[in-house]
Write a protein that binds this ligand. Structure first.
Ligand code: FES
Length: 97
């Protein structure tokens, strides 16, 4: 299964292996492809993506809890380390400032 990833200035399709998080798949694209300060432990919120198209799948309680802590209310913004896409998606990485 592939996810279409929009990076600054380019668009590419990346493979996501079964069980792999979206953050892990994006990280294979290079050191600067995504920031994930906690390494996927769902405590930093730096791995945000905007879902542009497709079904991102259900949100677990850990992701929902961190979103509330970080005051993320836009339903299109998800934490890629908690996402295990089951279908094709189009996402844009949101780099922290
Ligand atoms: S990598 Fe820290 S919350 Fe996703």
């Amino acid at each position: 299964m592939n996810v279409t990833l929009q990076l600054v200035g380019e668009v590419r399709d990346i493979p996501v292996a079964p069980g792999q998080s979206l953050m892990q798949a994006i990280a294979t694209q290079g050191r600067d492809a995504i920031t994930a300060l906690c390494g996927g432990c769902c405590i930093c919120g730096t791995c945000r993506v905007r879902v542009l198209d497709g079904d991102p799948g259900p949100m677990g309680e850990g992701e929902a809890h961190l979103r509330r802590q970080l005051d993320i209310t836009d339903p299109a913004i998800r934490l890629s380390c908690q996402m295990r896409p089951g279908s094709c998606l189009r996402v844009a990485v949101i780099h922290p400032r």
